[in-house]
Every structure is written in structure tokens, then in C-alpha cells.
Design a protein around this ligand. Structure first.
Ligand code: ZN
Length: 189
């Protein structure tokens, strides 16, 4: 297991278009460099308490994202997201309806911002075994996938915000923006 360093905003790789993964290299026996990277990304995401991670966030220009969310007492209202690796993911369809969600990002540390995105997306990608998959996502999974795929396009959630008054540090958000004691803190995607 290796936990990798997180590239934070200002690292040029976060502004680059990530390179597509060579699927033959992904599944070649005896060449497990990409599989090792995927395992390290999983370790890093879990260590950092992220809900998702994209390869540029560990300073690798490759089109790989990973998502996982296990329901816990702190955030009881979101659905679980099983651990899934998406290689060369592409959004092939976006729904017309939009929804706003407070997002965080491992590369932006404790900042949280309200981002409006399509409620539903369809994502085409390959599994870590090189198998093609099509995922229709809505709700929380849709937000997480769009956020992570943005990292492959050199974008961070700040670029998707339309109103920068809706940006806060997590601690201040907790203090000033929650009306109920039970209100959830936004997640670091
Ligand atoms: Zn992020």
C-alpha cells in the first residue's frame, strides 16, 4: 500500500488535459504499473477521506478516476457508492435538469462551494480489467462523477461555480451556513 501526495491547486497538472490510458497496457500481464497506480489511488482516496480521486490529483496525467462512498453516521443521507474504477471515462449524455450541491475537493483542501450541475449523466468508461461499461448516474454519484471527470479536463469545481459568494471554508460553513445542528458538512469529493 502506498499513499501518494495530493497535487493541490497551483500544481500545473491540475490544469492539463489528462492522457487516455492505453487499454492494452492496462491489461497486459507482467506489466502492472497501471494496476499499481490504481491500487495506490484507492489507498490515497481512503487515507484522505475522499469520495473520489482522479489521477491528475496524484500528479499523473492519465484518464483514471475512482469513486467510493460508504455511508456513515456523519453523512447519513447519501447513498452508498461501491468502489469503482473508471478508465477513460466520458460523459455521453447529460440530463436537462440541474441541481446544486456543496462540493469539496482534496486538491482544494477545506474549501466548499455550491456547484450547479446536470442531475443525471451517462458515463461510458472501461473497468480496470479493460471491460467497457456504461453507467447511468443520478444524485450524489452523478455529482461525484462529473467532479472527477472535470479533473481529467483540467477543471476544478471553482470553474463550475456561477456565484463565488457561495464559497466557504468547511469550518465557517459549519458555523455560519448550517441552520440545524444536524445539517451535514459537505463532502470532500
Ligand atoms: Zn476534486
Amino acid at each position: 500500500m502506498s499513499v501518494l501526495n495530493i497535487a493541490r491547486l497551483g500544481h500545473p497538472i491540475l490544469r492539463e488535459i489528462a492522457k487516455p490510458v492505453n487499454l492494452k497496457a492496462l491489461t497486459a500481464s507482467g506489466d502492472d504499473e497501471l494496476q499499481q497506480l490504481i491500487d495506490d489511488m484507492i489507498d490515497t482516496m481512503r487515507e484522505e477521506d475522499g469520495v473520489g480521486i482522479a489521477a491528475p490529483q496524484v500528479a499523473r496525467s492519465l484518464q483514471i478516476i475512482i469513486v467510493e462512498y460508504q455511508q456513515n453516521e456523519r453523512y447519513p443521507s447519501q447513498d452508498d457508492i461501491p468502489l469503482t474504477v473508471y478508465v477513460n471515462p466520458k460523459i455521453i449524455h447529460s440530463g436537462k435538469e440541474t441541481a446544486s450541491f456543496w462540493e469539496g475537493c482534496l486538491s482544494l483542501k477545506d474549501l466548499r462551494g455550491l456547484v450547479t450541475r446536470p442531475q443525471e449523466v451517462t458515463v461510458e468508461a472501461f473497468s480496470r480489467e479493460g471491460k467497457k461499461m456504461v453507467v447511468e448516474a443520478k444524485g450524489f454519484l452523478s455529482v461525484v462523477l462529473q467532479h472527477e471527470i472535470d479533473h481529467l479536463l483540467g477543471k476544478v469545481f471553482l470553474d463550475r461555480m456561477t456565484d463565488l459568494t457561495q464559497l466557504a471554508w468547511a469550518e465557517e460553513w459549519q458555523t455560519y451556513w448550517t441552520e440545524k445542528e444536524s445539517a451535514q458538512s459537505p463532502e470532500a469529493i
